[in-house]
Design a protein around this ligand. Structure first.
Ligand SMILES: [Zn+2]
Length: 869
């Protein structure tokens, strides 16, 4: 038989097309072929390691997926993410990335060109799962979503794959492994649903979703780079659990208040996508989708809200969660009373009626929601792409004619390192930071050449405004019809609605960096900066003693390095003048006879410090420092603040060990420690009593106990320094017999309310704890304390107030109600005991590792605690 070469060729084309649509051959493995169980199976959680093994198999067998390495996680895992689309799009990723970038930045692109690019481009959509590792369904859903998209042949999925490029990410690889490793050995034991006794991220735990506008964590840095500098997604969908009970999933429209620094189109599309999700749930017979309660968009530290002000449509959902992969049966009797009669409402039109809830159900809800996002993004991809361009153009144009025209950042700062850090984080988040080549005048101020300028004529200007300006949290009582036309479970009589998170966060205040907003255009030649470097470090003068300024955080690193190298470091306790420079109290003296000049030269160069070499230490009182033997209490009821404190101390090269309940119960603390810190905690009761017996494996049961409290007391009386931070100060006041009262303890929430704001605070800079601080700075106030010193009754040395709230005008950013209650009250106390001391840091000085301007209060407390006069 004669074979036509033409029909053979046609057959080959058909074969190639088929294999293109199905992947390479038909051997895309099912998840269970690699994992050993179906996605969402009861009692089974895939680890990140397993999930990536599976993704690698997918990439070997399909041309619809490509894997990329993003970098290393905090615990050192290689972080792999997937890009999924049609085979043709996968082969042209660079082209579509370029279109996305051009439309997102709108620089040098005319409206006509934008229309063309929008037609030609693809919708880049970001979906991540597992940021909060204990909310385990979303990460599992990623696995099923990948398989479904690679194997589907239906017209809808084919359309989605043609129009959409999906970035699919496991948002917390370390946490995904930690969680599965904790859960699986407990399955079938009495501890199957017990909480994990440590954070599901090396430092941040749940707060990994509070870091996004500052990017302290390596994971946030990686995600920011991917979103703001590489892929420029149109939509970013960040999955969470858990929905407000008994709803099965919470979707946009979001709750109030809405962050004002967001383009209105972002909000409109959030509403549209959220409604499309709701429609999809009801079409598929999935009950219980609710919207518009509890979760608001005020705080931009979330992975979602940070991108809103980058003109990205963020979507957050909260799918219902029981615990881990354990199923649970609910009856209507367990519902809150107002949900028991299954009333239909505009934002909850199809109430859930109870029954079983399994991991598989949660995974299925996540899949429906993700598919709705992909479907809308596919249907409207050209409109969405053009909208991105429109938003970028409008934002850029807006600040040509209205203030702030720019933010001006002088390079002379109390702590130039903090300034460089703040500006470098801005560039990481996609912001253009420039330096002025010439001196210029703006609003009557002359700025020298070398001044940093962030022009607001840029596409992500709303993000800059969001994090640089003072927040004015709206009084939600003022227009009740506008704000309160819906059920809000957090309302309390007479007081304003609180935000779901922080109410004020102004980063320059938190960093202690002086910035000016320009009320008139900046007219100067500006040069874009890739990296901001403070002026280089150096030693001036000759002599055997090197003097360092106490105002920089880097001076704490320098101190730690010199001490570890066996050098001598002293704090000079009086103001003095050397080489025409006046050093306030607390100047740091490094003794040259203990360490070589070459060592100090390298130190100041690496850390950007200015040292002055003099012949001898000034003849004034000094304290001699030593490397503190430092212990940090780590509760088995894990708290993010403990993790952030470790993060901050590690960044500044302190060494320490973690102290657990049994260590504190065992006593003899002075044998091992000079300084012990009790970081902020949810409750004193949990510190003292911990988990009750039978609720956790025995190792994790019980707190420090009354014995531990006595041991902490005798530790301080025998010469140790005990540092308590924020709400744990109450533990010491209530249990250690301190002559102190927290005035807020008795005040009702409708009389005083200040939840997550920045307050003006005055510092006694003559006291070692406040060495290097300005006289006045912003402190974070969040479940914080305000102290009155009671008359001392045991003839103890007088407590010293190191910081206090001023007599008026406390609020710098956010919200406060009833500030009179804390006027002139102390914020930090140094309380001498018979041989040691107790330091009460009444506000969270290292809160989420964000207030870089107040870290030194902790560093000073630690050094001071181990120093000798
Ligand atoms: Zn969450």
């Amino acid at each position: 038989m004669k074979t036509s070469s033409k029909s053979w060729a046609a057959g080959l084309v058909v074969f190639l097309l088929l294999s293109a649509s199905l992947g390479f051959g038909q051997s895309v493995p099912k998840p269970e072929d690699v994992l050993g169980f179906k996605v969402g199976a009861d009692y089974h959680l895939a680890t990140y390691t397993q999930a990536i093994q599976y993704f690698k198999k997918l990439a070997e067998n399909s041309n619809r997926i490509k894997l990329f390495d993003a970098g290393k996680t905090s615990m050192g895992l290689t972080w792999t993410y997937a890009v999924i689309s049609s085979a043709e799009n996968i082969a042209n990723l660079d082209k579509y990335k370029d279109i996305a970038r051009r439309l997102s930045l709108a620089r040098g692109v005319s409206a006509d060109e934008a229309v063309k690019l929008a037609q030609e481009g693809k919708a880049i959509v970001w979906v991540d799962g597992g940021l909060h590792a204990s909310e385990c369904a979303p990460a599992q859903h990623n696995i099923q979503l990948a398989y479904d998209l690679l194997t589907a042949t239906d017209p809808k999925t084919t359309r989605i794959l043609d129009d959409v490029i999906l970035i699919l990410i496991f948002a917390n690889p370390d946490g995904m492994n930690l969680l599965a490793d904790w859960y699986h050995p407990n399955v079938g034991t009495p501890y199957e649903v017990s909480p994990m006794p440590y954070l599901y991220h090396k430092y941040a735990g749940h707060d990994n979703n509070r870091d996004s506008y500052i990017a302290n964590l390596v994971e946030t840095q990686i995600m920011s780079r991917l979103a703001d500098q590489e892929w420029y997604p149109l939509v970013l969908y960040n999955h969470h659990q858990t929905a407000p009970f008994p709803a099965r999933i919470w979707t946009p429209p979001n709750s109030e208040p809405t962050n004002p620094n967001v383009h209105p189109l972002v909000v409109r599309w959030q509403n549209l996508i959220g409604s499309a999700m709701g429609e999809a749930f009801d079409e598929e017979g999935k009950e219980g989708a609710i919207s518009r309660i509890i979760f608001d968009t005020w705080y931009p530290g979330y992975a979602t809200q940070v991108v809103d002000s980058h003109n990205v449509i963020s979507i957050l959902t909260e799918t219902a969660l029981y615990r881990y992969a354990t199923p649970h049966f609910y009856t209507i009797n367990e519902f809150p009373r107002e949900y028991q009669d299954l009333t239909m409402s505009a934002f909850y039109p199809n109430p859930w009626k109870g029954g079983w809830w399994r991991l598989k159900d949660a995974v299925d809800y996540c899949l429906t929601a993700s598919r709705a996002v992909l479907d809308v993004s596919s249907k409207y991809h050209a409109e969405l792409l053009y909208n991105k361009y429109r938003m970028a153009s409008e934002v850029t144009k807006r600040f040509r004619t209205e203030p702030p025209y720019a933010w001006i950042v002088p390079d002379k700062q109390l702590d130039p390192g903090n300034m460089a850090l703040l500006l470098n984080r801005m560039t990481l988040l996609g912001v253009d930071v420039c330096k002025s080549d010439v001196s210029f005048d703006c609003d009557g101020i002359t700025y020298p050449a070398g001044t940093y300028v962030i022009p607001m004529t840029q596409p992500f200007a709303l993000f800059v405004k969001n994090v640089f300006e003072e927040q004015k949290y709206p009084d939600l009582r003022k227009y009740p019809d506008l704000w309160q036309g819906l059920v809000q479970s957090q309302k309390f009589e007479g007081a304003p609605f609180e935000s779901y998170d922080m109410m004020g966060w102004t980063l320059p205040y938190q960093f202690g960096v002086k910035v000016y907003s320009a009320n008139s255009p900046v007219e100067a030649k500006l040069t874009l900066q890739k990296e901001i470097k403070p002026s280089p470090g150096e030693i001036s003068g000759n002599g055997g003693v090197y003097l360092l300024d106490h105002a920089t955080n880097a001076s704490a690193i320098a101190t730690n390095r010199v001490l570890k190298a066996g050098g001598t470091v002293q704090w000079i306790k009086k103001e003095f003048t050397a080489q025409n420079r006046t050093f306030p109290e607390g100047a740091i003296a490094v003794h040259g006879q203990s360490i070589s000049r070459a060592f100090v030269e390298k130190l100041v160069k690496d850390l950007g410090l200015k040292a002055i070499a003099v012949g001898e230490v000034p003849r004034v009182p000094t304290s001699t420092l030593k490397t503190p033997r430092l212990g940090i209490y780590q509760s088995y009821v894990p708290v993010e603040e403990e993790g952030w404190m470790r993060f901050v101390l590690e960044q500044h090269e302190f060494t320490f060990s973690s102290l657990h309940d049994a260590d504190i119960r065992a006593g003899s603390l002075n044998d091992h420690y000079d300084v012990i810190i009790l970081p902020d905690h949810y409750s004193s009761d949990l510190i003292i009593n911990g988990y009750p017996k039978g609720t956790m494996p025995p190792k994790y049961v019980g707190g420090i106990s009354p014995t531990g409290l006595r041991n902490l007391k005798s530790f301080s009386e025998n010469g140790g320094t005990l540092i308590l931070v924020n709400s744990t100060c109450n533990l010491a006041i209530d249990n250690l017999g301190l002559p102190v009262r927290n005035v807020l303890k008795q005040i009702k929430r409708d009389e005083f309310n200040c939840s997550g704001s920045l307050l003006r605070t005055e510092f006694d800079t003559h006291h070692p704890i406040a060495y290097g601080m300005p006289k006045e700075a912003a402190s974070v106030f969040s479940e914080s304390c305000a102290f009155d010193i009671m008359p001392s009754f045991e003839g103890k040395a007088e407590p010293k107030s190191v910081a206090k709230y001023p007599a008026e005008n406390l609020l710098m950013s956010g919200w406060i109600y009833g500030e009179k209650y804390i006027h002139q009250k102390s914020a930090i106390l140094d309380l001498p005991t018979s041989k040691g001391k107790i330091i009460l840091l009444g506000f969270p000085v290292t809160f989420r590792a964000q207030p870089w301007g107040t870290f030194k209060l902790l560093f000073n407390s630690v050094f001071y605690g181990a120093a000798k006069d």
